[in-house]
Design a protein. Structure first.
Length: 104
């Protein structure tokens, strides 16, 4: 079954677009993907012990992995993510790359 192309809404922030795209890309995991109302992070509960966060600090996007509440990884993955304007094709390409850990 081919997935229909995803269309981003201009009114959403980049982090909210990441959340909407992740829910679209992983429909079976929808209940494990959360988003805060202040547009600061996207959270994914991989298992009982492993949690992923994509969060905005200042204007940059970070990726963090927690295992049993201990931080294992904290990486800046995109500089100036909050302010940049991306085309839909660029966003799809970027999100496909940074959402790879969720697919495993």
């Amino acid at each position: 079954m081919k997935m229909k192309p995803f269309v981003f809404k201009d009114k959403y922030s980049n982090i909210e677009k990441l959340y909407k795209y992740a829910r679209h890309k992983f429909p079976k995991e929808r209940n494990r993907i959360e988003y805060d109302e202040w547009s600061q992070f996207v959270y994914f509960r991989k298992s009982k012990d492993v949690h992923y966060f994509y969060y905005v600090k200042n204007t940059d996007l970070y990726f963090t992995v927690y295992k049993k509440t201990v931080m294992r990884k904290d990486l800046k993955i995109i500089t100036d993510f909050k302010q940049k304007v991306y085309t839909d094709i660029n966003l799809t390409s970027i999100f496909d790359k940074i959402l790879k850990p969720l697919a495993r």
